[in-house]
Design a protein around this ligand. Structure first.
Ligand code: ADP
Ligand code: ZN
Ligand code: ZN
Length: 731
């Protein structure tokens, strides 16, 4: 037999199938070792066949099989093929997504520990043993083992002594054996809730359960009990002997969604996210593959969980931008999930309180069945949002970052012993650092962006590449000492709030405070346990959390995401405000939200205050339609990145010429195309240029394949060209 192998090297020149002589027992889907050049490397066996065109004297043989069983199924190969075609990815980059990174190259293995086990005969019987009277350690160890039967070897050695363990082993009382131990990730523990579905939830659930393999958009306001529905759907999958995948956004990893799932389904749940140690990830993945766990809950890459016979795939907070992979390999999780659901005839559910315009439009067109939950599960009112005009505040003489309304409401909340969440979409202390006299702004040496002051470690940091710089005491251009700080960030907000409420615990949650493992969980736990208390943070505080005692939410600078020059900025701002506001007033206490802005009349804010998603949708979708933006067109960006600016520009022009020729043929159905700098011209010392285009949806399959072709044929070896479709982040 001949084995088709994809070698585990991500490089254009080896992005093809290599034929090898197979060896005994090899099956498609297993990982193998093969000779390659003068090395031996790993690869994926993707197929076995009878014949090859490779001359026999050139044909090498597979050296070894690395996995006991196939780890990539036939269906997963189909999914890989779909992704290769849709996103023009290298096969090996796709296959790598299908298994824990650390598994390749054998960097992680099962964790094996020694255990001591009590021999059953000695459970009660001590007489037949001749332990010396004064051998206390042995007596104690025996007692302990009679009570516990199994114990970790190192633990009993520490508790008693290695000698005692050895002695009892010699006497045949104990035996030592190896056992695989599972490394399980930590989660935020909560009690299991017994919930009776309300009328609206029951209706929604019935619709889903009555349409096996259906495709749904569940639009339910914040706190409407969507999670409960997901859990019931999954319960039904398990009952029918099926498995399920549930995706959550990157940022709400530790949101109680995970906790709810574990408290309901116990060991049936495996958790997959970037905060796990490699051992934990490996073990969780193994539990899914072996069938020990039947539910995969995790971030976007959990869509590749090794499960068969999937009954449901659910994408929670489906509007979240983390579902779009923004670096290699780039893919759209919605599309991948939908394709995977189809392979197993699984039910496909998107859920959100603020569905993406794309998804809601699809529901309107009948491609997804729309299900609505328009009230909170406990009948609580939606929180009341007050808009504060910060210009007016300024003219009233308030120069603090907090408006009077903000201060009053926060004080009320604290006096009541409640909790508050304060949202500011910028981490660090203050945004830019500028010389008042000459206008000099501190910038990163490697990126075309200004630096952010981090007061805690007294440094300026680049938020694109992480590089650190010394804080300025003097302007390097003109020597002036009048250095001004820009708009405030999370650190500064904490500092100011602490001045106002010296005795109230204040917690900060942003990228800087959540770098270490489980730090999310620790912060949320501490916040939950202290009352009154304040949680200050970036987007991380916006999503998924269900704290019953939060009665105030403050949004410091709502405009931050609004003035981003991006066609999704209205949408993103509406989503963010609705999500943050939705953290408030979820249980007994009613919720108040103060939203500070310099554009109080903007329609996005008006609609958010009215809790009017549908009104927002109508207005925004109209705008997109008349301007031919997605979802009424495809927006494609070819991003050129390289060290040598001249080469990047030359390659850009060369490819732009071909692209122009191609798009001209489609005349009016192409709405726009242009070559230009990327908004951030340089990141980590690499220059960035782009070709942007928009064209009619129906042309996509045809045009995109030709674009891939143009890129392949004309790409400079020294330049990376990335093709992005309806991208979320165009920096
Ligand atoms: P969503 O995901 O829609 O924002 P959640 O699923 O987090 O909402 O539910 C919000 C709160 O309402 C949770 O505390 C949940 O336990 C509770 N809840 C859900 N369904 C019901 C119900 N039928 N009756 C009472 N409480 C419910
Ligand atoms: Zn200066
Ligand atoms: Zn930088």
């Amino acid at each position: 037999m001949i084995a088709e192998v994809i070698v585990d090297l991500s490089n254009e020149s080896v992005d093809k199938i290599f034929d090898y002589n197979s060896i005994e027992g090899l099956q498609a889907g297993q990982m193998v070792q093969v000779p390659f050049g003068n090395k031996v490397i790993e690869g994926f066996c993707i197929k076995l066949k009878d014949e090859t065109d490779v001359p026999l004297d050139k044909l090498k043989s597979v050296k070894a099989i690395l996995t006991v069983e196939p780890i990539i199924t036939e269906k997963m190969f189909k999914l890989a093929e779909f992704m290769r075609k849709s996103y023009h990815l290298r096969m090996v980059d796709i296959l790598r997504l299908f298994l824990p990174a650390e598994m390749r190259g054998g960097r992680v293995h099962e964790k094996i520990k020694n255990f001591v086990v009590l021999n059953e005969e000695f459970l009660n019987d001590v007489e037949s043993l001749n332990i010396r009277k004064n051998a206390n350690q042995q007596h104690n160890l025996l007692c302990y083992m009679q009570a516990n039967k199994v114990a970790e070897y190192t633990k009993v050695c520490d508790m008693f002594s290695r000698g005692a363990v050895l002695a009892l082993e010699k006497k045949g009382v104990l035996s030592v054996c190896e056992k695989v131990v599972e490394r399980r990730p930590k989660i935020f523990e909560i009690e299991k809730k017994d919930i009776t579905l309300n009328e609206a939830q029951s209706q929604v659930l019935n619709k889903i359960l009555n349409d096996d393999g259906g495709k749904f958009l569940l639009y339910g306001v914040t706190g409407s009990g969507k999670t409960e529905i997901y859990m019931r759907v999954i319960e039904d999958c398990l009952k029918r002997g099926k498995t399920a995948i549930m995706l959550v956004p990157e940022i709400s990893l530790t949101g109680q969604v995970l906790s709810n799932f574990t408290s309901r389904f116990g060991d049936n749940v495996a958790i997959l996210h970037s905060g796990l140690s490699s051992g934990e990830r490996f073990d969780e993945w193994q539990r899914l593959r072996s069938g020990k766990a039947k539910i995969a809950v995790g971030v976007r890459s959990a869509i590749f969980a090794p499960l068969d016979n999937i009954g449901a795939i659910i994408i929670d907070e489906e509007h979240d931008s983390s579902y779009m992979s923004e670096s290699n390999p780039r893919y759209n999780t919605h599309e991948v999930a939908e394709f995977r659901a189809k392979l197993d005839n699984a039910t496909y559910i998107l859920g959100s309180a603020t569905p993406s315009l794309e998804s809601y439009e699809r529901a309107k067109e009948g491609e997804l069945e729309l299900l609505t939950l328009s009230e909170r599960a406990n009948k609580k009112q939606m929180p009341k949002i007050h808009i504060v005009d910060m210009c007016a505040e300024m003219s009233r003489g308030n120069a603090s970052p907090f408006s009077y309304k903000f201060q009053d409401e926060l004080k009320k909340c604290i006096d009541e012993g409640s909790q508050a969440i304060v949202f500011i979409n910028r981490r660090g202390y203050s945004s830019f650092v500028r010389c008042v006299d000459c206008g000099y702004v501190a910038k990163c040496t490697d990126c075309d962006v200004s630096l952010v002051l981090h007061k805690e470690d007294n440094q300026l940091k680049c938020h694109f590449c992480g590089k650190r710089f010394r804080v300025l005491t003097k302007c390097p251009m003109c020597g002036s000492e009048r250095i001004k700080q820009g708009a405030i960030g999370t650190q500064r907000v904490v500092e100011e709030l602490q001045k106002a409420f010296p005795n109230v615990p204040i917690f900060r949650m942003d990228n800087d405070t959540t770098k270490t493992k489980n730090s999310h969980i620790e912060i949320l736990k501490k916040f939950a346990e202290s009352k009154p208390s304040i949680l200050v943070g970036t987007q991380m505080v916006a999503k998924g959390h269900d704290f019953p005692d939060v009665s105030f939410v403050g949004i410091i600078d709502a405009d931050l995401s609004l003035h981003f020059s991006d066609f999704r900025s209205n949408e993103r701002t509406f989503q963010l405000i609705t999500q943050v506001a939705g953290r408030s007033g979820r249980a007994q206490k009613s919720g108040t939200v103060v939203l500070q802005t310099y554009s109080p009349k903007h329609f996005v804010y008006r609609k958010a205050v009215e809790n009017d998603y549908l009104g927002f949708f109508d207005k925004e979708i109209n705008l997109r339609e008349v301007t031919n933006f997605p979802p009424f067109s495809k927006m494609v960006r070819l991003l050129f990145v390289g060290d040598d600016e001249l080469k990047v520009k030359q390659n850009l022009s060369q490819i732009y010429f071909k692209v122009k020729e191609l798009l001209k043929q489609y005349d009016k159905d192409v709405y726009y195309y242009e070559a230009m700098n990327s908004p951030v011209k340089r990141i980590q010392n690499k220059y960035r240029y782009q070709i942007l285009m928009r064209y009619k949806n129906s042309l996509h399959d045809e045009i995109i394949q030709q674009l891939y072709d143009i890129v392949d044929k004309n790409k400079d070896k020294k330049v990376s060209v990335f093709v992005e479709i309806n991208q979320q982040n165009l920096s």
